[in-house]
Design a protein around this ligand. Sequence first.
Ligand SMILES: [Zn+2]
Length: 354
Amino acid sequence: MEAEGSKKARVYEVDELLKNLKLSEAEREGVFLAKEDRESLPEVKWMAVGRLLTVRGFSEQSLEKTLRAAWNPAREVSFRSIEQNLFQVQAHCVGDWNRIMEDGPWLFRECAFMVEKFYGATPTPSVLPNRVQAWIQIHRIPPMYRTEAILKQLAARVGEVDRVEAKVVSFGNGYFHRARVKLTADKPLPRVVTFTPEGCESMMFVVMYEKLPKFCNFCGKMGHEHMECGTGEYAGTDLQFGNWMLASEASWHPSTPRVHWEKRRQESPSYELWTGWEGLGGKSSFEKMPPWKRNSGEAGLDNGKGNALEDSATSPLKPLLEGVEKSADKTGAQRHLNLNDVDLALVAIPLPPP
Ligand SMILES: [Zn+2]
């Protein structure tokens, strides 16, 4: 049987050959399709292309198996490779289609499988998938500014906005607003959003991410780790991104499929959510943030060996309101919330009257 790799290599060679061929008149003339005939073609439904955001090689069979398990489709979903790390996916009912397109991020070995709608008008899509869906949390927006318009503008600083939730979610001594966004894969993850009402002092709102693929602690981009970024040799102070950007699984949107999040936290002794929100209104406060000490090995982000099928598995929401444990930081300058064995309280607070 011909190896998959050599088949692909042959396709590329044919493409190259076609570019250099001198075509005859008859070959160039070909078949013409009138606009009205084109418009009357049946729509190619529920088709997408997908790409795995990774710098490493991977098994296409394992990827497909993992995705099928995570999507758990009601009807058949076709999945086939069209190029190296480019896959055509087609659902056969709207329910499966909506889940695949809207319930991501879909993770395979902690890397995101990015999907974009594909209309099938070209052999391969002209735009490659480059966006990762995520729920984000924007923390501590003051009551006066909690309008949908402002929330949308704040969320748009992080990614392309699908929707925002006007309802404030409260936990422990913090609160946040959620937004569903598409993050650009090749841009660093924003950590804060700055907000400046005219004539007032600027404020910084911390952005936290629910379910996220692995990302680099040095450059802040998804799809690789800092040890794979450049030479991979960085001092602790170079690592400006880290696990502190991840929201506790207990605070995730109820519809988000769960991962090994708690496992990841348990494997990461350095994981602590910084809750020194007070006075997070300027540069000096920002500088008080904790050292970014996410270590990919400690965080269990580096391999996912043996757990590919569980990467995007769903688990029920944990019981809420079981208690919040606070602990004082050794320095006393910041407070940390250790999430390893704590369930955070999630309480919906209605918007104040306008
Ligand atoms: Zn990097």
